[in-house]
Each structure stands twice: as C-alpha cells, then as structure tokens.
Ligand binder design. Structure first.
Ligand SMILES: *Cc1c(COP(=O)(O)O)cnc(C)c1O
Length: 299
C-alpha cells in the first residue's frame, strides 16, 4: 500500500534557548506534514491492519475510540481513501453536540455508534465475529500497529542522534520504535498517568525488542487531553520561535518535556535529540481560534 505523502516528511531543527544554552541540538521528525487528517503516527499504525483487511477481502473496517480520538478520524479518512466502509464505536452516550473529531470522522463516511461502558465490551466481541468486518483494536494498539510504527524509523538514520523521543498514548508507537531503533536510546513521554500499565502494554507488543526505551513521567499536565493555559502558551511560544505547530494532547507535551529534561541536565553537552512529531494537529480544533497563534489544522 502506497504512503502517498512520504516525500513531505522532513527533519527540521528545533532552535530553542535551552538547547543553545546547554549545547544540545534538537530536531523534529515532521510526520505531521504528511497529511492533515491521517497525520503523524496514525497512518503508520494503521497501514498493516488495512493491508490485512484488503487481503482478507473485508468490506467494512470497524474500530474503537473516545470522542477526541485521532485514531478514529485517521481510520475514517484512510478507509475512505482505500474504499472500505467504516464504523467507529465511540465510548459513551451520544452527545448533543458532536466533537470536531467525530464530525470529521463522520464527514469521511464513518458510521458512528455510541456505546455505554457496559455495552462496549459486548459489542467489541460481537463485531469481531462479523465475517465481512475487519476490526482494528482501540487506538490501533496491537502487534500490527507496532509493526507499522516501527517503519517510522525508515525516515531517519539513528546514527545521527543520541536520543529519540516520542509521546506515548497506548504505547504502540514506542513499542514499534523499540524494534527498529537498535542502538540509540528511546525516551517515551506518557501523556496520561499510569506508567506501570503502559510498561506492561509496551512489553506485550515488544517482547523481543532489542532497543532500549525508558518512560519518563511527570509531563501529563493533569492527564489525557488536559491542556491548561500554560501549555497553550508554550505551544504559541514554540511556534513563534520554530514555526512548528504542535497538538494539545501529545506533541506539545513531548516538546515541553524535552526542554525541561534538557534544562535539568538530562542530556550531555553535544547531544543530538530527535523528537518524533507524531501529528495529531486535528485535535486542536476543540480549541477556540484565538487560543493559538497558528491555524487550527484540519478541514
Ligand atoms: C496516537 C498518538 C500518539 C500516541 O501513540 P501510541 O501508539 O498510542 O502510543 C502520539 N502522538 C499523536 C499525535 C497521536 O495521535
């Protein structure tokens, strides 16, 4: 399956006072540039699931997520592109006002079904049994997702960097990277609390990974999708100095954490950091336009 916009991915310098002061160079792998919707790591995580669905001649792709799930929108857009019907199971009651993410998913033809907590598990089981439907696990979490994410490493040469840093949600991306980034230490920044659970999840997907990875907690900003004003201010500052837009859920927390770690001397002089910009910019659409100094990406 062709990844049509791979040529748009670049490695850009991240020039910030703290890096200059500490004699560190930082770069961003701009996976966000490849597509405004199926942006960042989501295409990589989806590609092998969708390939398998094609091979098995499935007509419908079903998957699961919350109301702000980048995964759901990415799946909706990718399915439309590849000629699958798509169904998105969304946790919770149907809200009066759909989130921007869900509206976008629906605009790509995804049929949304809202499930209460009790129905969620039962429904998951039922969909798995439908013969014409291919099910992608919630958030793309699974071995095929990790295999897909491991191909992100094709876009850089690990020898050029002393550390590779990435945001961690389900852990699928970092598990994949742990397979393909062999020598350079990987640092994962969880965007939600529960490091032990995450470590277990990553182990499940990367039992034989040879690369070394470490999760550094403390940069959740209160939890998943929480985005206090200070974080928005940081995003605006970062954009003003680097022209790099970040998203409120994942990448802003990654860029911020990396600066804090540098300030606290976690990296030696002359370190060369690669931050994986894993996309997710469509999530900023839940903000008001005036809150960010760069355009809210998406439709
Ligand atoms: C989903 C997502 C992640 C987290 O990836 P996991 O594989 O779930 O750990 C990071 N960044 C962005 C922008 C995402 O959308």
């Amino acid at each position: 399956m062709l990844f049509h916009n791979a040529e748009l991915i670049t490695i850009d310098p991240v020039i910030r006072p703290v890096y200059l002061e500490k004699n560190i160079t930082a770069f961003a792998l701009r996976l966000d540039k490849c597509d405004p919707i199926v942006s960042g790591n989501k295409w990589f995580k989806l590609q092998f699931y969708l390939e398998e669905a094609k091979k098995e001649n499935k007509k419908v792709v079903a998957t699961f997520g919350g109301p702000w799930s980048n995964h759901l929108v990415a799946a909706a857009a990718a399915c439309k592109n590849l000629g699958f019907e798509s169904v998105g199971f969304v946790r919770g009651e149907k809200p009066e006002q759909l989130s921007h993410t869900l509206k976008t998913a629906a605009a790509f033809g995804m049929e949304l079904r809202f499930l209460t907590r009790e129905c969620y598990a039962a429904e998951k089981h039922a969909v798995n049994k439908q013969l014409t439907t291919y099910t992608i696990p919630e958030g793309g979490f699974g071995l095929l997702g990790a295999n897909g994410a491991s191909t992100i490493a094709n876009f850089f040469n690990e020898k050029d960097f002393t550390h590779v840093l990435a945001a961690v949600g389900t852990g699928t991306m970092i598990a994949g990277l742990a397979h393909s980034v062999q020598k350079t230490p990987l640092i994962g920044i969880p965007v939600l609390k529960g490091k032990l659970e995450l470590e277990k999840a990553i182990k499940k997907l990367a039992p034989t990974a040879t690369g070394s990875y470490q999760l550094i907690e403390g940069f959740e900003w209160g939890g998943y999708a929480k985005h206090p004003t200070n974080l928005l201010q940081y995003m605006n500052q970062l954009f003003a100095t680097t022209q790099i837009p970040t998203d409120i859920v994942y990448t802003a927390k990654l860029f911020y954490a990396t600066e804090q770690l540098a300030a606290a001397d976690n990296f030696k002089k002359n370190s060369r950091l690669l931050l994986i910009h894993s996309g997710g910019l469509q999530g900023n659409q839940s903000l008001k336009k005036e809150e960010l100094c760069f355009p809210l990406a998406g439709l």
